[in-house]
Design a binder for this molecule. Structure first.
Ligand code: 9MR
Length: 572
């Protein structure tokens, strides 16, 4: 008689690249190593070996073993990995594994666009919707949004941009870092000579065929919005960026953007938002230059004005309490934002004032610029380092070498942490907080850049294994990306893709990344359903669990970056 299945075999449910790492994690109570068998679609065993016991894995609380079948490279579909009477879900081995995710994860931003109709001819009828927040009733924004009266008494046109997440807020700190990653994915691909894959007519965007790379067209939608958030000349705080625009009160769900009846509020400027604008706009000036020099000039002038205004107002902080109708995105430590903005302005212009701001920043030499927990909207020093490490600049060679070494040593920390974990995740056991998948993806980017700088294949392995985690090799055996994998997340918190609440509405489109495990249990559903969870298992695919299962631009941006990276066919 066949033995009862005792193991669970967790794999990247999409599959593996022929030349990439191929490891699976087995949940089992067995203490001794077990035999694994790789079977092809017809059931033939094509490879076999022994698992390596890991013992109890701290973040998941599970007893784990690891199977490594990296040396098997034969492309095919429908493989399964069998261990101890249990089989994984079927997966592929193929070189074009990430091609679809490259465009789907980037298309997420088009779906999130505010101020433009999302057209059925590009997205299909299920995802088409009228334009939101163009001042058409019942919308009350965003063409003319009143600024909060205590600091300003005028209205501003802040149409466009991307909705942040499942809500209809638009936040400059999060928009800046997301646009930076989207543009950065193109900038990196270009360094690798592989930007064609992100070029014109590669994405389902309305601008396809306009001669500009589609990834840049998509980013421009957000960059235009970010620049609209800049306080005009002649006003108090001129050159600063308003922190955010969102509804006066949280709306219910579901709620299409064009149906939002709430008053919209423009919240007072902040230093952090201003510096994120400066950084993103400075990068814009550099990367758009060959395609649209007038736009590059506009970006550069916005970036310079933002920088100057932030210097004049270095401590204007968004209050943590300001979270009615939208997130607070509060941040009272902005020295890292100054560093990032200076780095972008310096890399773009080469001017000595910006160089001095870079070299005099404590973040230029601090060993804390890279955190084990990843970079993010509140932690931006790493972004400055990544730019100075990869974009040719006038810093002394020894300084550039030191910056580059800081990238690789951060990547080394991630690699050694992964090696010590049963699921090989580049985050510490206490790194499962709100948006952990975003931080994990960000840390994978650090490894990918280290690989670019050194040519050392271990870093690519690390970045790809982080993708394995997101796509199913994890404590829950679940892919966090809608439409990718047998058991993918599909009820992410979103006001339009709310199938769980109304069957006539769609699930999120393929390529949407859930925020991921969050041991903080910061929403009612998580509190009720996840009590006692191990950190890496604190996730539920329920639309009400916004603290584990929302989507957000700052999480899909690193996913898109990584998908583009993973989709490249390395030379040789
Ligand atoms: O990603 C944000 C996370 O770091 C914060 O802990 C959390 C609570 O403030 O907010 C997250 O951002 C949300 C934002 O406030 C509103 N739009 C949805 C974002 C993702 O959940």
């Amino acid at each position: 008689a066949a033995a009862a299945a005792t193991a669970a075999v967790r794999v990247n449910q999409v599959g593996y690249l022929p030349d990439g790492p191929k490891r699976a994690t087995v949940v089992t109570t067995a203490a001794q190593s077990l035999t694994w068998q790789l079977r092809n679609a017809s059931g033939t065993v094509v490879a076999s070996g022994s698992t390596v016991p890991h013992g109890t894995d701290t973040p998941s609380g599970q007893s784990l073993q690891v199977a490594d079948f990296s040396s098997y490279r034969e492309p095919g579909a429908g493989y399964v990995l069998a261990v101890d009477g249990s089989s994984s879900v079927p997966f592929d081995i193929r070189a074009d594994l990430y091609d679809a995710l490259r465009s789907d994860s980037m298309a997420f931003f088009h779906h999130q666009r505010s101020g433009i109709a999302i057209d059925a001819s590009l997205v299909g009828s299920a995802y088409a919707r009228p334009a939101g927040h163009l001042g058409v009733a019942p919308n009350k924004g965003d063409v003319s949004v009143p600024c909060q009266a205590t600091v300003c008494d005028y209205t501003q046109d802040v149409r466009g941009g991307w909705y942040d997440a499942g809500d209809h807020g638009k936040y400059v700190v999060n928009g800046g870092i997301s646009a930076w990653l989207v543009v950065g994915s193109f900038e990196r691909a270009k360094r690798a000579g592989q930007e064609q894959a992100l070029g014109d007519s590669t994405l389902r965007v309305p601008e396809r065929g306009n001669g500009t790379p589609d990834v840049l067209d998509e980013a421009r939608w957000e960059l235009d919005f970010l620049m609209r958030m800049q306080v005009p000349e002649g006003r108090p705080y001129a050159g600063m960026a308003f922190h955010k625009v969102h509804d006066a009160a949280w709306t219910g769900m579901p709620m299409r953007p064009d149906q939002d009846p709430q008053a919209r509020e423009l919240h007072r400027p902040s230093t952090a938002a201003t510096l994120n604008l400066a950084a993103a706009a400075a990068q814009c000036a550099r990367v758009f230059r060959p395609y649209d020099s007038a736009y590059a000039d506009r970006c550069l002038s916005a970036a310079r004005r933002a920088w100057t205004a932030a210097q004049a107002n270095p401590a204007l902080y968004a209050p943590a309490s300001d979270s009615t109708g939208g997130g607070a995105y509060d941040d009272t430590r902005v020295t890292d934002e100054f560093y990032w903005a200076a780095a972008e302005l310096y890399a773009t212009t080469g001017e000595s004032a910006y160089r001095d701001a870079v070299t005099s920043s404590p973040w230029h030499t601090s060993s804390d610029a890279f955190s084990a927990y990843g970079f993010g909207w509140a932690d931006t020093a790493a972004l400055g380092r990544l730019t100075l490490a990869t974009v040719p600049n006038g810093l002394p060679a020894t300084d550039v070498a030191r910056v580059r070494a800081s990238v690789t040593s951060a990547a080394d920390v991630h690699l050694s942490r992964m090696a010590a974990q049963g699921y090989a995740v580049p985050t510490p056991a206490d790194g499962y907080f709100w948006g952990s998948n975003g931080n994990i993806a960000d840390n994978a980017i650090v490894m990918a850049v280290a690989g670019e700088l050194t040519g050392d294949a271990r870093y690519r392995t690390g970045a790809l294994e982080a993708m394995d985690y997101l796509l199913g090799r994890n404590a829950l055996g679940r892919s966090y990306v809608t439409g990718y994998g047998e058991t993918s997340a599909q009820n992410q918190h979103h006001r339009v893709w709310a199938h769980q609440l109304d069957a006539s509405l769609p699930h999120p489109p393929a390529g949407s990344l859930a925020g991921g495990a969050n041991s903080g249990l910061q929403d009612p559903v998580a509190l009720e359903k996840l009590a006692g969870c191990a950190p890496a298992a604190c996730y539920i695919d329920d639309i009400g669990s916004y603290s584990t299962n929302e989507v957000a631009i700052n999480w899909n941006a690193p996913l898109a970056w990584l998908a583009a990276y993973a989709a490249e066919r390395p030379a040789g």
